[in-house]
Design a protein around this ligand. Structure first.
Ligand SMILES: [Zn+2]
Length: 689
């Protein structure tokens, strides 16, 4: 939501592929590929590295001439280094840790300098998030996390997944703080806010809408303020939320503006990048807008260069013009084409860009994250080829492409729209369960399958089953290429390490590309999906005419015969282990002088079956003779991960003075101690005089 975001599109991010070597295993003894970190990341690491050298040289280094830094240069080194470390933390937290001065080196600096550098902290606060959506180019999308504490907000980054907690939870963060950000090594949950979000996402939502344009767009004003009242509050968007929340949520409010900022817009930006926080606050102050009357602030900047949308996830405490407000804030772009059919999935009914952007961004504002997917190539749920697809549920407005629109059942439950009244929870064998269409909301629209025989894990990683019929705002499912999905059930897995559901593709062999493949994604009549690792099998038995729940809805015209019935059975979970999945690897490709520090880093995942439980992973870095490790993350080279959980590892090492210039082989290995299976990242470090 700032100019940094808009610049991302200009940066050519180059991913290199290198071989990754794994020890032989029963399941995967051929090398897979991994992506190296981007060039920009490596360049930033190099700059930090040089600034560290400059600080060291100025104050104590014996092997370089002592030079006085002017106080201006010293201030500048500290500030530039701080900004670069913030960027490293955002892109790859292990690169942040790798870029820090080793403790022993930092201790040699004057105390006054040390106090301006990074420090170890433990902070208690509330997890908050803002989504920046670029629906056309997902590489530009991001989630910005922050930690709200009593006296300040920190930007928050972490080597452990922050998706593990619902936004709004109180967490304890231990890690390193610098300027206004914290990078977590460890996170622990103090209090999850389940009930709070449900209570805040039902009932009438009072919205303050700010219409803003610019000196160079005022002539293209797309609608009047009076018209805005109708196109927002009496719209398809409003009808969609009434239908999908089963009349539990509605939006009402006031439109303020237009306000014309006396400047032009020169760069493309997604949403909030176009208008600064200061400009928004000035508009609110100058026009005496009383935000205390509202639950939600919706900023709508109109300019051809302002596209897509952004939003906070849920409400948060904001200081606006010196006053504290507990509200959500969302931004909507593409206003110049507001009434065009949605760029992100046309529907067989009126559905405009504005309807889509309002639905997605106010979905975030109510408290949900994206509807994702899990692509395991020829497998459904396990294997070294799996990767998470952000926005990967195309059958959900919180995903991408809008094959259909209703939010998935997990997110509806999160928002308090699905409760135990319209869902069924399963934890033992059952047959003949009927699932009613998600768009209708009568009967049972969700079957939630808990893990059985594992009492400590019953709440972790359940399966969510739903049935979609081509009615109401899901009626795009009539399209011939999506219609097979009406023959069965959608299965979302809730990962053990995340609160964002992942749609599974029940026909994984039919296409190479995820979004094409999931055109037929459901488990259909006569089919069974078996998760050996969780010890669960799900079968779709076909229709029934002896329905135990009955619905009659003339508008939706659902015939009871079309609903699928399912059978769930449990068995002892099996354990198969795989080599750790390496998602990214990272080392400097620039030259490092002898007498200095290099680093190597990996991001890896426990790819074992869910039934194996957590395993310990040992990280080992192979260095040339005489080189020594100066610091590592994790500190003791040991980390414990649940199946499907991910972690970073990084090692900084010292290259002795007098090392002959040339290329040196360095390798990082990660070993699952439960299986002995190893993945490694071999590379060369280039040493100069
Ligand atoms: Zn989003």
């Amino acid at each position: 939501m700032n100019s940094k975001t808009s610049n991302l599109g200009l940066i050519l991010v180059v991913f290199l592929l290198v071989g990754i070597f794994s020890t032989a295993s029963a399941h995967n003894n051929k090398p897979t590929s991994l992506s190296l970190a981007s060039d920009t990341l490596v360049n930033k690491s190099e700059q930090v590295f040089k600034l560290n050298q400059e600080l060291q040289s100025a104050f104590y280094r014996a092997d370089s001439p002592e030079k006085e830094l002017s106080s201006e240069r010293l201030q500048s080194v500290i500030k530039i280094r701080e900004a670069l470390l913030a960027e490293l933390a955002a892109e790859n937290p292990a690169a942040f840790f790798a870029g820090l001065l080793p403790q022993t080196e930092k201790a040699k600096l004057p105390k006054a300098i040390q106090s301006t550098l990074e420090r170890e902290v433990v902070v208690l606060g509330v997890l908050r998030a803002i989504h920046i959506d670029d629906f056309t180019n997902h590489d530009n999308s991001s989630t910005k996390y922050f930690l709200e504490t009593d006296n300040k907000n920190y930007d928050l980054y972490s080597v452990k997944s922050l998706d593990k907690f619902f936004v709004g939870s109180t967490i304890e963060v231990s890690g390193v703080s610098l300027a206004n950000f914290v990078v977590a090594r460890n996170l622990s949950l103090i209090d999850s806010a389940d009930q709070l979000i449900a209570s805040e996402s039902t009932g009438e939502q009072r919205v303050a809408v700010l219409l803003i344009d610019f000196a160079d767009s005022v002539s293209q004003r797309p609608f009047s303020a009076k018209e805005a009242q109708g196109i927002i509050f009496d719209s398809q968007f409003q009808k969609f939320f009434a239908e999908q929340s089963y009349n539990k949520v509605s939006f009402a409010g006031d439109v303020y503006g237009w306000y014309t900022l006396p400047r032009s817009v020169t760069n493309y930006s997604v949403c909030g990048g176009a208008v600064t926080q200061e400009e928004v606050e000035n508009i609110i102050a100058q026009n005496n807008i009383n935000l205390h009357k509202y639950d939600r602030l919706l900023v709508m900047p109109s300019h051809p260069y302002v596209t897509n949308g952004c939003s906070s996830v849920g409400k948060y405490n904001q200081i606006i013009n010196g006053e504290s407000y507990y509200i959500s804030t969302s931004w909507i772009g593409n206003l110049v084409q507001y009434n065009w059919p949605s760029f992100w999935g046309a529907q067989p009914f009126s559905w405009t860009n504005l309807d889509y952007l309002l639905a997605h961004e106010l979905g975030h504002a109510l408290g949900v994250q994206h509807a994702n997917g899990l692509d395991c190539h020829n497998e459904i749920v396990y294997g070294n080829a799996c990767r998470a697809i952000e926005y990967g549920n195309a059958f959900d407005t919180m995903g991408n492409l809008s094959y259909s629109l209703h939010f998935n059942a997990f997110n509806k439950e999160r928002l308090g729209w699905i409760t135990k009244d319209n869902s069924t929870t399963v934890s033992q064998d059952v047959k003949g369960l009927i699932i009613d269409p998600l768009a209708v909301g009568k009967g049972k629209v969700l079957v939630k399958i808990l893990q059985s025989n594992q009492s400590s894990r019953t709440k972790k990683s359940p399966y969510y089953l739903e049935y979609r019929k081509a009615v109401g705002f899901d009626s795009n499912l009539k399209r011939r290429d999506f219609s097979s999905n009406q023959q069965g059930i959608f299965i979302n897995k809730i990962p053990s390490f995340s609160v964002a559901p992942q749609l599974l593709d029940m026909t994984p062999r039919d296409a190479a590309d995820w979004y094409s493949g999931i055109r037929n994604t459901t488990l259909n009549k006569g089919q069974t999906f078996t998760d050996l690792g969780r010890g669960i099998s799900i079968s779709v038995l076909g229709s029934t005419s002896t329905a135990s729940s009955t619905i009659s809805d003339p508008i939706m015209a659902i015939s009871r015969d079309t609903r699928p019935t399912v059978a769930i059975s449990y068995f002892a979970p099996e354990c198969e282990r795989f080599v750790p999945r390496v998602n990214q690897a990272y080392a400097p490709n620039f030259q490092i002088p002898a007498g200095d520090y290099g680093f190597i880093s990996m991001r890896f995942e426990n790819a074992d079956y869910y039934g194996c439980g957590a395993a310990n992973f040992v990280i080992e870095t192979i260095l040339p003779p005489g080189w020594s490790v100066s610091q590592t993350y994790p500190e003791n080279n040991l980390t414990r991960l649940e199946p499907e959980e991910e972690s970073y590892a990084s090692t900084n090492f010292y290259i002795p003075v007098g090392t002959t210039p040339g290329a040196y082989f360095v390798e990082m290995k990660v070993r699952n101690t439960a299986s002995g299976l190893v993945s490694s990242y071999p590379t060369n470090i280039f040493v100069t005089n």
